[in-house]
Design a protein. Structure first.
Length: 258
């Protein structure tokens, strides 16, 4: 759903009527919403795009930056960037391919958290309010857990975890692919807790998950499969490689012991 500055909502799909987008200057190219590349010195006008559970979308901003938006995500952004800076506001998860512009920093804000970009590709996960995860694929990014923290600079193949409450940050060397696999419609688990996997499944398949036993949340899995496989295939894989079984009732999924 695209929300204009006047509050009007436009439901986006490949068949959205062109006349509904005329006032926005944006155009649709398949499943990508594209804004023209232009510049302005006037105050920015903001749009917001909201991705529901089970959805995803791609956006090309006015500076040429491409953004892949995961399920249950909101991005607020200016239709045209000003001369001084490029700033957007994120809730949820997105993969950014930022157009390089040394004269105009690209800033992503999420509450008190701020990430400053220097022409790069990275994934930013803000689903959990107590921590934010930034994974750098290429280029350079600097981030602050909150306004009072010193900026931490990440190198490619690093994960930065920021605690938004106490301002503490942790930087780890990682294999970035499991963190960005969703963008390519893949599901990759590397020693991942079942609770974390189920959180993703809730968002991707629009279901509600309940654990019959809290102990099951700590089971860990390895796996690599297509994200848009039938949910039953994913559940069968998890059942086959562990002591869990799943009961499905409509949009409710119950995790049980075998």
């Amino acid at each position: 759903v695209l929300t204009l500055s006047n509050g009007q909502d436009i439901f986006l799909s490949p068949i959205t009527e062109k006349n509904k987008l005329e006032a926005t200057t944006a155009t649709l190219e398949g499943n990508t919403l594209v804004y023209p590349e232009t510049d302005t010195t006037t105050a920015p006008v903001y749009h917001k795009i909201t991705i529901p559970r089970g959805g995803e979308y791609i956006l090309r901003l006015a500076d040429g930056t491409r953004v892949w938006l995961n399920s249950e995500t909101e991005l607020e952004y200016p239709v045209v960037f000003t001369k001084k800076q490029r700033q957007v506001f994120l809730k949820g998860e997105a993969y950014f391919q930022v157009a390089k512009d040394c004269q105009k920093p690209f800033i992503v804000k999420s509450g008190e958290y701020q990430l400053q970009v220097y022409g790069t590709e990275f994934n930013l996960n803000t689903y959990h309010t107590d921590r934010i995860e930034a994974v750098l694929v290429k280029g350079s990014i600097g981030f602050r857990a909150n306004a009072g923290c010193k900026e931490i600079v990440l190198q490619p193949e690093q994960l930065g975890i920021a605690n938004t409450g106490n301002g503490k940050t942790e930087v780890l060397d990682v294999d970035v692919y499991p963190y960005i696999a969703w963008k390519n419609k893949d599901m990759v688990f590397v020693n991942e807790r079942l609770e974390s996997i189920m959180e993703k499944i809730e968002r991707w398949y629009d279901v509600n998950v309940f654990f019959q036993n809290e102990r099951l949340k700590d089971l860990r899995f390895y796996g690599d499969m297509k994200r848009y496989s039938d949910i039953r295939e994913i559940l069968a894989y998890l059942e086959k490689s562990s002591d869990v079984r799943f009961q499905v009732n409509g949009r409710t999924l119950i995790v049980c012991e075998k």
